[in-house]
Design a protein around this ligand. Structure first.
Ligand SMILES: [Zn+2]
Ligand SMILES: [Zn+2]
Length: 345
């Protein structure tokens, strides 16, 4: 089968590999339909690592995908050949303390699709995954929507963890990339429409306007604190950080009202943030950390199927598998107005 492997920093090769085979009665072989290019894939592409996760070449990345079931092991009951499936890239063990406590996303033995040293990614024609990671959506959505469920479910989970009080609550999002926009889509689906977007790239601000943010701030041209205050005299209830920038954290502490919540979703380039503790303490702010998603795939699917969240609005580019190197180059360089790029097979 065709496969695209990272072979060095900013180096990719279209190669031939053996098709993966079922290794247990619970496995499912999937022919991939659509694959999203994620910011984390780009880190592996341009830096060869994320934190302590280092790529050993050659390695196949990619974890946001949908596909059609080709074969199933003898124990698989929930899906059958021919089904279009959403694939949850996280494979948990099911037996550790975290799994038993209902926290499979922080499983001690978690293996993630396209994560170095864990599971080879999905940038190829076929993958094999355990059946519990597959959610059938035949006839309910198209393959692109199905591949977008992974990033969208992170937005769904972030909003869930934020426990936004009600529809009158106010929120801001730092970063209008696919995760920031996923948070926006979920807030709007919940009826929370008083949402400001803070983002330095004008074309991404425009995208958030198209999706339904109420006001827009460019932190490179405007004073974030002043602009938010113009919109919300008493400041905002929840700030979602989806950019990984220290500046965003600094601004978030300034624009949150007393008792407000800062929800950290973005991955900072270094492992550290600093917080103005004087502000944090005086306002008694809560900080919420988000690790991928937990039990939100089904809800994300429901929101897309019901039409409450039009995830395809995030997509700006489509490429073939052969064009993957071009797709990565464009996403890495924020070129050509790219927000979400999809590889369609
Ligand atoms: Zn991703
Ligand atoms: Zn576990």
């Amino acid at each position: 089968m065709k496969q695209v492997a990272l072979t060095g920093i900013r180096q990719m090769q279209l190669t031939r590999a053996n098709e993966p085979t079922l290794k247990s009665g619970d496995d499912v072989k999937i022919r991939l339909s659509s694959i999203g290019v994620c910011g984390s894939d780009i880190h592996y592409y341009s830096e060869g690592k994320i934190g302590t996760q280092v790529v050993k070449y050659p390695f196949v990345v990619g974890h946001e995908c949908s596909g059609v079931v080709e074969a199933t092991g003898e124990n698989v009951k929930n899906i059958k050949p021919g089904d279009l499936v959403v694939i949850d890239p996280a494979v948990h063990c099911g037996t550790c303390d975290q799994c038993l406590a209902g926290r499979p996303h922080t499983c001690r033995n978690n293996k993630f699709l396209g994560c170095p040293g864990q599971i080879e990614g999905c940038l190829g024609e076929y993958i094999v995954m355990p059946s519990f990671t597959c959610f059938p959506v035949t006839g309910k959505m198209n393959p692109v929507q199905a591949a977008l469920i992974e990033p969208f479910s992170i937005g769904v989970y972030a909003v869930k963890l934020a426990q936004v009080a009600d529809e009158n609550s106010s929120a801001v999002i730092f970063g209008a990339g696919p995760i920031g926009l996923s948070i926006l889509l979920k807030l709007l689906a919940d009826g929370i429409s008083n949402v400001g977007m803070i983002e330095p790239l004008e074309y991404r601000l425009k995208k958030s306007k198209e999706i339904g943010a109420r006001y827009f701030i460019n932190p490179e041209k405007q004073d974030v604190e002043k602009e938010v205050q113009n919109q919300e005299e008493l400041l905002v209830d929840v700030a979602f950080e989806a950019s990984g920038e220290q500046d965003a954290v600094d601004n978030a502490l300034k624009i949150l009202k007393p008792g407000g919540k800062l929800v950290l979703v973005g991955i900072p380039p270094s492992a550290q943030y600093t917080f103005n503790m004087d502000l944090m303490r005086r306002k008694e702010l809560t900080v919420v950390n988000v690790r991928r998603q937990n039990h939100c795939v089904e809800e994300a699917i429901d929101l897309v199927v019901s039409g409450k969240a039009d995830v395809e609005k995030m997509v700006t580019h489509h490429f073939s598998l052969d064009e993957t190197p071009t797709a990565f180059d464009i996403v890495e360089g924020y070129k050509d107005g790219v927000v979400k790029a999809m590889i369609d097979l």
